[in-house]
Write a protein that binds this ligand. Structure first.
Ligand SMILES: Nc1ncnc2c1ncn2[C@@H]1O[C@H](COP(=O)(O)OP(=O)(O)OP(=O)(O)O)[C@@H](O)[C@H]1O
Length: 241
């Protein structure tokens, strides 16, 4: 589904992502972990057209080269992301926020009514339907994260890129969120690529984990393999493993 080959991104003299290669298969949940500054967000930004990677980088989504495409064209193809800092429109209701995802997310042109219908369905699936008419400014952080997920879902993604979606949540909220992510894959067939620092969250649901360190891919494997990998423990997991 996603094939990334030799992805490289430099900022001046700094190599933030250093020739990273990996694939994500249809229906997979893949975690992306690594220390602060490892290059995780830069990698996401380079895949989604927010940043332009260096020449020699290849990113294929469903067999199409997407490196030169704009962010919204990439989203229309079904590769949709959330952001580390939640980006909701505070002056709109929860439903209006999610409706924008349905309207602008994918290739087909749909009416406002159809978009709202799809938004309601997404809110139902995510468990936020009872907040549809509340102003987004007035919901707590855990619900803002649900709102971001619902908005992404309403745009009919095939691959969802999540950037630290569990940060700032309580253990109970994290458990609900990981359950929702699992359901997105199991019931909707959506693949997930997930940057996360909260190891229990991402390890509990990922099929596979990729570890970045200083811009390079340090390791790749099942959560069990990653927890048992000495170089990963040394570089990042430490006492957490
Ligand atoms: N726009 C930019 N300009 C210059 N340097 C940047 C820019 N964005 C990121 N960097 C640098 O690139 C490196 C990788 O940063 P990045 O944010 O991708 O890491 P990260 O793994 O996502 O970190 P974190 O876990 O803290 O979010 C860091 O050294 C960072 O300072």
């Amino acid at each position: 589904m996603l094939a990334v080959t030799d992805l490289r991104k430099e900022f001046g003299g700094l190599v933030a992502v250093d020739d990273v290669t990996f694939e994500i298969a249809d229906g997979e949940i893949v975690g992306l972990i690594g220390p602060n500054g490892a290059g995780k967000t830069t990698l996401f930004n380079s895949i989604t057209g927010v940043l332009e990677p260096e020449d020699g980088t290849h990113v294929e989504f469903d067999g199409t080269d997407i490196v030169a495409l704009e962010t919204h064209d990439i989203a229309r193809k079904g590769l949709v992301r959330t952001f580390q800092i939640v980006r909701v429109f505070n002056e709109m209701t929860v439903l209006e926020n999610v409706t924008t995802g349905a309207l602008f997310g994918n290739d087909e042109s749909i009416s406002r009514d159809e978009a709202e219908e799809r938004a309601r369905e997404a809110l139902e699936f995510i468990g936020l339907a009872d907040k549809a008419d509340v102003l987004a400014a007035n919901i707590p952080i855990a619900q803002k994260k649900q709102l971001e997920l619902a908005r992404a879902l309403a745009s009919k993604p095939r691959l969802l890129l999540l950037d630290e979606i569990a940060s700032g949540l309580t253990p109970g909220e994290i458990a609900e969120l990981t359950d929702t992510i699992r359901r997105l894959r199991d019931e909707r067939g959506i693949s997930v690529f997930w940057i996360e620092h909260i190891m229990d969250a991402v390890m509990s649901v990922a099929d596979r984990i990729i570890v970045l360190n200083s811009g390079r891919k340090l390791a790749e494997g099942t959560p069990e393999e990653i927890r048992a990998n000495d170089s990963v423990v040394e570089a990042y997991l430490g006492d957490e493993a």
